[in-house]
Design a protein around this ligand. Structure first.
Ligand code: GLN
Length: 289
């Protein structure tokens, strides 16, 4: 007989990961994990049935091979939402909640009058839909469109939108290629890792297309920052996430594109992780390129 305590001790993964994977093997749904984890902690002597143990050992092996926990459990919590994720999309990172919070800050309060137009947001490179869904969930009055080049990623985002009952306009294509209107706020967590970066080894289970952006990691950010001007309403904001050491370069790209009020926000480790700027434009310039 194998007890909960023995199973966890011999799993070869970090304790918390082991606990969550054992609960997953036991069929515990994501919303009950916290409560059932407390049960697990108090029942180290309880026996783990043979089938559950075999399943748990498989999960633990995958985790030990570097697969993200979220791909094994197929769930990830982001901004209080339970998202379905798998290897078709990047696992949403807690640091990206910063981008969501910033977008919510620039969208101001609810509409002033019932006949005022709804604020509009565009999420570029939506992946699992995390950023778009978090904004729409917090501000149901905001119209949110979301773009991804990967049809596989869009399938994941669409099924998350359906499961959460949130209405998002999905567009497939590369950055602004499928975009025809202008927005009050454009947000993006694009790929920003240089193609030779040694960190990529640890991220090998995630889609390379969602991580890597040319020799300096700035290829997609350049395209987004340059293209955003043509798709922002007057006074609109562009907010992007980038690498921990890219803030200076990204700020320069914002300046080059003609943005004003350019600032950075720091992530949970204190790195300048997001940069944002605003467009002030005279009425003679076209809104859409
Ligand atoms: N921040 C992620 C990481 O370093 C990368 C996300 C991205 O490229 N957009 O793991």
């Amino acid at each position: 007989m194998t007890s909960v305590g023995d199973a966890l001790r011999t799993a070869g993964v970090e304790r918390l990961d082991g606990q969550l994977l054992l609960l997953h093997a036991m069929g515990v749904p994501p919303n009950e994990l916290a409560v059932r984890r407390a049960w697990l902690l108090a029942h180290g002597e309880a026996e783990v049935p043979g089938e559950t143990l075999a399943q748990f050992r498989q999960f633990a092996q995958r985790r030990a091979d570097g697969e993200p926990l979220a791909y094994i459990t197929r769930h990830k919590e982001f901004f209080g939402l339970d998202l379905g994720v798998d290897a078709r999309v990047l696992v949403p990172r807690p640091d990206t909640e910063l981008l969501v919070q910033w977008a919510l800050d620039v969208l101001h309060g609810p509409k002033a009058a019932s006949d005022a137009p709804s604020p509009t947001v565009l999420d570029l490179g939506t992946g699992s839909g995390a950023v778009a869904l978090a904004i729409r969930h917090t501000r149901p009055d905001v119209l949110v469109d979301a773009v991804d080049a990967s049809p596989q990623a869009l399938q994941v985002a669409q099924s998350n939108a359906l499961a959460l009952g949130l209405d998002i306009g999905f567009l497939q294509g590369s950055w602004f290629a499928p975009v025809t209107s202008c927005y009050d706020c454009i947000v993006s967590n694009p790929p920003y890792i240089a193609n030779q970066d040694p960190h990529l080894a640890a991220l090998r289970h995630e889609p390379r297309q969602a991580l890597v952006a040319g020799p300096d990691g700035l290829q997609d950010l350049r395209e987004i920052i340059r293209g955003a001007m043509g798709h922002l309403c007057p006074g609109g904001w562009l907010l992007v996430e980038h690498g921990y050491d890219q803030a200076v370069a990204v700020k320069a790209l914002f300046e080059l594109a003609g943005f004003v009020a350019i600032t950075c926000r720091r992530d949970l480790s204190g790195h300048e992780r997001c940069t944002g700027g605003r467009v002030i434009r005279d009425n003679h310039q076209p809104l859409v390129k």
